[in-house]
Design a protein around this ligand. Structure first.
Ligand SMILES: NC(=O)c1ccc[n+]([C@@H]2O[C@H](COP(=O)([O-])OP(=O)(O)OC[C@H]3O[C@@H](n4cnc5c(N)ncnc54)[C@H](O)[C@@H]3O)[C@@H](O)[C@H]2O)c1
Length: 241
């Protein structure tokens, strides 16, 4: 990662914060874009307030990275929200916001950065979820949006291969972050039940996800594109009782 310029959405918290810290420790210059930058760590080279559902704000982030460093080598889209709700009574505005952040915003953010990578190439990683593959109740919009990003990963990978841009996704099962803590506190997630469902018997740590992201951004993954790598302790493989 030495001297590479990596733009991270949602980098102020959870998975994005861990990914940013890891890549910075490997020598990268990190640009964080987040709705709430107050918690962004000091290892970042540049921190910008951005709502990824706003294409103009995504453009501004990508341009600010270019103005500061002259290039973008990699992008990690970690911004996201989680708001489980019964589908029967789900307000349309909640459906729209979920799809807007998790699918539309993911595209706007990656597109703005990729425009500045077409001449030099680079690597993109979306954070999806096991919910791109596995259906959970009360998460209709979330599951559909994550499945959409898994397909977007494949489409952009084959479309941008000729530009030297690799596109992959990392899909975690439950990760011990603020998002999961909020879901446990709200009664949306039963921690002992989740641990019992995961063959490796624990939640993912943000560092587990950062390992996979770092690998996919690196030259060790130079012939890997269009893939979703699930960091799930065996969740998706498990099909017994
Ligand atoms: N935590 C888990 O168990 C888990 C599991 C699978 C996938 N994921 C996915 O990983 C990603 C990160 O989740 P996390 O656990 O780190 O959550 P988190 O809540 O700890 O961090 C999310 C970050 O995204 C930012 N953000 C939210 N909406 C934004 C927007 N519109 N524009 C810019 N920034 C925005 C928030 O301010 C926050 O800093 C999400 O896409 C989530 O769906 C999380």
């Amino acid at each position: 990662m030495q001297e590479k310029v990596i733009v991270v959405s949602g980098g102020a918290s959870g998975i994005g914060a861990e990914v940013s810290a890891r890549l910075a420790s490997e020598g990268a210059r990190i640009v964080i874009a987040d709705l709430n930058v107050a918690r962004a760590e000091s290892h970042t080279a540049l921190t910008i307030t951005c709502d990824i559902t706003n294409p103009d704000q995504c453009e501004a982030v990508a341009q600010a990275a270019m103005n500061a460093f002259g290039r973008i080598d990699g992008v990690v889209n970690c911004a996201g929200i989680s708001k489980p709700h019964d589908s029967i009574s789900l307000p349309p505005a909640d459906w729209s916001r979920m799809v807007d952040v998790q699918l539309n915003g993911a595209f706007y953010f990656i597109q703005a950065c990729a425009k500045r990578m077409v001449d030099s190439g680079g690597a993109i990683v979306f954070i999806t979820s096991t919910n791109a593959e596995a259906a959970f109740p009360r998460r209709a919009a979330y599951c559909c949006a994550k499945a959409g990003v898994a397909m977007l990963t494949k489409v952009l990978a084959i479309e941008w291969a000729e530009k030297g841009i690799r596109v992959n996704a990392v899909g975690p099962a439950y990760v011990a972050t603020e998002m999961t803590k909020r879901n446990i506190a709200a009664g949306n997630v039963n921690e002992p039940q989740i641990k019992a469902r995961i063959p490796l018997g624990r939640l993912a740590q943000p560092a587990d996800v950062a390992d996979a992201v770092s690998f996919l951004l690196s030259n060790k993954a130079s012939f890997i594109t269009g893939q979703s790598l699930y960091v799930d302790g065996g969740w998706l493989a498990y099909g017994y009782f």
